[in-house]
Design a protein around this ligand. Structure first.
Ligand SMILES: Nc1ncnc2c1ncn2[C@@H]1O[C@H](COP(=O)(O)OP(=O)(O)OP(=O)(O)O)[C@@H](O)[C@H]1O
Ligand SMILES: [Mg+2]
Length: 251
């Protein structure tokens, strides 16, 4: 479903957090086309979550430009939030509310109400197999249910672009498989997906294109197959990743 119309265009993006000595992002250039399943890989502290937060208009930048379609993220946050769905790295749900109540809350944040909201929640409960758990409080749910609800909350408004920051941390093989099937179907139906993960086999399986980021710079990009083919002696993306980013611990 990819086409050549850009969904996200990032040019010479630099970001320095207040109080830090160095830039966290040191000049990122990236184009993600509509319909892509795009993977951003990188060691801890590479800058993945920072990049995602900027794309979503949640953080200010120091230099460069980030366009969603034709809109500048820094200027038109409201419009951007209608187009983008964010599934954050940390579970961002209200622990004392139920699965369904969390979905209602996030739907209302996107100005979805009444029958439309009820139908959308029913659809997501069914697709993510959360029906049986709909009335459980989040603080009584397993990791897999929390992750699936986090996903449902991020895409309650059927965004054109879905951004997932390590969405499968702490889930079992069954939940992970369900999430994969769901995301693959969504992508086939036309949703652009931006995905970060530390599970390199996930990226190899799911992503049509990948960028590897390290210390705030994109150090490599291409299809999983082209990256494995390009680096001699590498049999999978895990090998490529270690070859490019090295074995030293980051933090
Ligand atoms: N609010 C902040 N203030 C100062 N420094 C920050 C802040 N948030 C992140 N950083 C720093 O920016 C760098 C990049 O962090 P970021 O969370 O973007 O990395 P990441 O690639 O998502 O890592 P991980 O794989 O661990 O999630 C790190 O060195 C981190 O300590
Ligand atoms: Mg992160």
């Amino acid at each position: 479903m990819q086409n050549n119309k850009p969904a996200i265009v990032i040019s010479n993006l630099r970001k320095k957090y207040n109080g830090n000595d160095t830039d966290t992002l040191k000049g990122i250039d990236l184009v993600i086309n509509q319909g892509e399943f795009y993977g951003i890989l990188g060691p801890n502290a590479a800058g993945k979550t920072t990049l995602i937060s900027i794309i979503c208009g949640l953080l200010k930048i120091n230099n460069g430009q980030v366009l969603i379609g034709r809109q500048e993220t820094q200027e038109t946050k409201r419009n951007i939030q209608a187009v983008i769905g964010l599934v954050p790295q940390e579970i961002a749900l209200y622990p004392s509310l139920t699965v369904r109540e969390n979905m209602e809350y996030f739907g209302q944040m996107h100005a979805i109400y009444g029958k439309r909201l009820t139908e959308r929640i029913e659809q997501l409960l069914y697709q993510l197999q959360l029906n049986q758990h709909a009335d459980k409080r989040i603080n009584q749910c397993s990791g897999g249910i929390k992750r699936r609800t986090n996903l449902a909350a991020g895409m309650i408004h059927q965004p054109q672009i879905l951004i997932l920051d390590e969405p499968t941390v702490g889930v079992d093989a069954q939940s992970r498989n369900l999430i994969f099937e769901y995301l693959t179907e969504l992508n086939q139906e036309g949703t652009t997906i931006l995905y970060t993960t530390h599970y390199l086999s996930e990226a190899e399986e799911l992503c049509s294109l990948i960028s590897i980021i390290d210390d705030g710079i994109i150090v490599e990009n291409g299809t999983p197959k082209s990256l494995i083919g390009k680096h001699k002696g590498c049999n999978d993306l895990g090998d490529v990743f270690l070859k490019i980013t090295g074995k030293a611990l980051r933090e």
